[in-house]
Design a binder for this molecule. Structure first.
Ligand code: CP
Ligand code: NVA
Length: 308
């Protein structure tokens, strides 16, 4: 029977915290969980969840993942805990890690997440920051593996904002050797620090392309992926971004340019008829709800590899 291997790194703050081998292993474990081929217990273990931003999928998939493993969760919000009062992260982290066996945190600055990890005596997981959404990328690549089996056969085109979701897709794509194309309006490219890191990992540097042309990027793609144009925390930029992103909606015209076997992904929540049409979300090509389900399976796998 497949057994989860303990990750070399104690935390999962970034897609860069795992090796390519560990990433393949997590996906393998996740698929086995999904097929009910694994019976791993984290009995009596407690996952502490801290959400400084809203969440439906990440919160519930972590809660259910932990419950399926025989453990429990506690869910903290700034408004109902002392976090909102401004208690220093170094105090919160030291206290919570004495009660809990692992922490998953959704916050704004990656440096705040790193501060939690610095002071926590237990593993810390990134449940989304402005910089990365690495748990999402695990579910995304699991969904692609289920569809296409071999990552060498995949061209992934992300059309939209060079945001946290795009960043983690790029980094995991580099670890898995997937061809990743990012198409975004000028000025909305992913951060250069992410692109440089990815190029350091890719054996074949041609596999990562950043472009401002969504139609060309969609040609030959097996996966079309998008996310909201304005992320949480960018509400005041919505009007301007909606204008800047005109032409970047995944609609039937863009889908027609992709391969015949192409699937559609979106991390959700979506703004229908902004970054993606309602028709495309509901089309036969959409794997968006399988992708959402896979959040639970990959997080079960991740927890099994981090907590013992
Ligand atoms: N995709 C995702 O992280 O969704 P939530 O914001 O609902 O957690
Ligand atoms: N980029 C989005 C993802 C939401 C799951 C955000 O950060 O709001």
């Amino acid at each position: 029977m497949l057994n989860p291997i303990r990750l070399a790194n104690n935390n999962f703050l970034s897609s860069l915290d795992i090796s390519s081998q560990e990433l393949f292993h997590i996906l393998e474990i996740a698929i086995n969980f999904k097929n009910n081929n694994l019976n791993i217990e984290l009995k009596d273990k407690v996952l502490g969840l801290i959400f400084d931003k809203s969440s439906t999928r990440t919160r519930v998939s972590f809660q259910v993942a932990m419950s399926r493993l025989g453990g429990t969760t506690v869910d903290l919000l700034p408004s109902t805990s002392q976090i909102g009062r401004g208690e220093p992260i170094r105090d919160t982290a030291r206290v919570l890690s004495r009660y809990c066996d692992v922490l998953a945190i959704r916050t704004f600055n990656q440096s705040d997440l790193e501060e939690y990890a610095k002071w926590s005596s237990k593993p810390v997981i990134n449940a989304l920051t402005d910089l990365e959404h690495p748990c999402q990328a695990l579910a995304d690549y699991m969904t692609m593996k289920e569809e296409f089996f071999d990552f060498k056969d995949i061209v992934l085109t992300f059309i939209g904002d060079g945001n946290n979701v795009a960043n983690s897709l790029i980094l995991c794509g580099a670890l898995l050797g997937v061809e990743v194309r990012i198409a975004c309006p000028k000025g909305y490219e992913p951060k250069s620090q992410i692109i440089e890191k990815a190029y350091e990992i890719y054996k074949n540097k041609d596999l990562l392309k950043i472009t401002n042309d969504p139609i060309t990027a969609a040609k030959g793609a097996n996966v079309l992926y998008t996310d909201v144009w304005s992320s949480m925390g960018e509400e005041n930029q919505k009007e301007e971004k909606d204008k800047d992103f005109l032409g970047f909606t995944i609609d039937n015209n863009i889908v027609r340019n992709a391969e015949k076997n192409a699937i559609i992904l979106h991390c959700l929540p979506a703004y229908r008829d902004k970054e993606i049409t309602d028709e495309v979300i509901e089309s036969k090509k959409s794997r968006i709800f399988e992708q959402a389900e896979n959040r639970m399976h990959v997080q079960q796998a991740l927890l099994s590899c981090l907590v013992s």
